[in-house]
Design a protein around this ligand. Structure first.
Ligand code: GDP
Ligand code: IMO
Ligand code: MG
Length: 419
């Protein structure tokens, strides 16, 4: 059995959490493969609205195993808060396993993130300030602490050593901080982390593959935030693409099956960085309002724009997408003319790719498509959808050369139309 991968094709917040939750009933294991609590994955079902940050989005399905893979970075305090929030919901949750090789976000990682952003001034990345960059820096710098270290006798010593290094880094910045309180909380929260089974998840997944278990790898962020292929330096610090599922879970490329590429029917971005199709007019305001475009982790308003075909094609290519899923189609209702960027102009030249730099100088060239009035949120079958929506879907399938298998028309689990 192959491992299917589900990931975002834009700048994150495409609706990955919702789709993972919808698809979980077809799977035995849901495995998150990268990122950390910079992610905010929203699920809505049975009148419950819930945001997950570290925990995979299959957690609300009984009998399914959820796994936090080695590629994920974990903040024990946020993890503990997530567990408490889930327990309060009074719903059955499934088993949760954690890779021993997942790295820990220390309180000082968060401080360095904040100090670094402050020092960058107007050139800041717009980080979620969850300590993601500094934690991955320590991982690749071979200094990090991992989940498997928590129970070792030398843990406190290792922690103090890394903290000392971090304090030296913090001294470099003009940044005031108070570590004691958050540090105490951090150590307390490790007790919650210890309650879960810590495993060598690569072996677990290999056995599961052998036993024909169905596995879905859940991505975080989006392809255009990928550390290698995103709009660097305005990116996150992990590989958000399909390849990240291999390294973030220990699954070989030959074991990858379907790759579900999730995209919004328009486009959003939270944080800094180029966004060629960004809107500053009434259409942009409408997308933000109707789409309720506020970050699920930080609450920051998301920048909104039209769909960007060259960027989507790029993401499809580097991910090897086999199926597309279009989210938030309902948000476009009532927009008379929908625009889709097919090319850019750069210094009077027409191009259809994202160049190495100067992405902020790109001017989008739009194709116009007729919109629809109908509210889609109550649709239960696409056969009753307006002709203009069918035309938009067919046009996208033609230019992207991949089939769209799901159209989402609302945040709830039930507002999901299969094709
Ligand atoms: P993720 O990070 O990719 O999981 O996405 P987020 O949860 O950060 O953001 C997606 C937002 O859109 C959440 O508030 C979802 O509840 C909401 N959402 C998901 N699908 C739809 C949809 O089809 N229509 C509408 N209106 N909202 C949706
Ligand atoms: P989900 O999984 C949207 C953005 C931040 C910032 C940049 C770097 O919910 O789609 P970081 O904290 O990683 O150092 O921030 O990446 N970013 C996200 N934007 N959705 C996310 O996750 C994001 N995670 C990080 O806004 O621009
Ligand atoms: Mg999100």
């Amino acid at each position: 059995m192959k491992v299917d991968v589900l990931l975002g094709l834009q700048w994150g917040d495409e609706g990955k959490g919702k789709v993972v939750d919808v698809l979980t009933s077809k799977y035995d294991i849901i495995a998150r493969f990268q990122g950390g609590p910079n992610a905010g994955h929203t699920l809505e079902f049975d009148g419950i609205k819930h945001v997950l940050h570290t925990i995979p989005s299959g957690i609300f399905h009984k009998g399914v195993v959820n796994l936090i893979g080695n590629g994920v970075v974990i903040d024990p305090i946020i993890f503990q808060n997530e567990i408490i929030a889930i327990e309060k919901l009074d719903v059955t949750i499934s088993e949760l396993l954690i890779s021993k090789k997942a790295h820990l976000i220390l309180p000082t990682h968060k401080l360095i993130d904040a100090a670094s952003e402050k020092a960058k001034g107007s050139k800041k990345i717009g980080s979620t300030l969850k300590g993601i960059g500094p934690t991955y820096m320590d991982k690749t710098g071979r200094n990090g602490l991992r989940v498997g270290d928590i129970t070792s006798e030398a843990f406190r010593e290792k922690y103090e050593k890394l903290k000392k290094k971090h304090i030296q880094i913090l001294n470099f910045y003009d940044y005031k901080y108070d570590l004691l309180e958050i540090e105490n909380k951090w150590f307390q929260s490790l007790e919650t982390l210890k309650k879960f089974k810590h495993i060598e998840s690569e072996h677990y997944l290999h056995n599961a593959i052998k036993e024909n278990k169905k596995i879905l790898a859940e991505g975080a962020q989006g392809s255009l935030l990928d550390i290698d292929f995103g709009s660097y330096p305005f990116v996150t610090s992990s590989n958000t693409i399909t390849a990240g599922a291999c390294t973030g879970l220990g699954v070989s490329p030959k074991n990858i099956g379907e790759v579900y590429g999730i995209f919004k029917a328009y486009c959003t971005r939270v944080g800094s960085g180029p966004f060629p199709t960004e809107l500053f007019d009434d259409d942009g305001k409408k997308l933000a309002k109707v789409g309720n475009e506020f970050g699920a982790t930080t609450g920051r308003p998301r920048r909104c724009g039209w769909i960007d075909i060259p960027a989507l094609k790029y993401a499809i290519k580097i991910n090897g997408v086999t199926q597309l899923m279009m989210m938030k189609a309902d948000v476009l209702s009532g927009i008379r003319t929908i625009k889709a960027c097919t090319h850019y102009t750069l210094e009077d030249k027409k191009i259809d790719y994202l160049p190495f730099d100067d992405n902020s100088m790109l001017k989008p060239i739009f194709k116009e498509l007729k919109g629809w009035e109908m509210n889609l949120m109550k649709l239960t079958d696409l056969s009753n959808a307006p002709e203009e929506l069918h035309n938009y879907i067919t046009w996208l399938e033609n230019v992207l050369e991949i089939k769209i298998t799901i159209v989402s028309v609302g945040p709830d689990r039930k507002q999901t139309l299969f094709r």
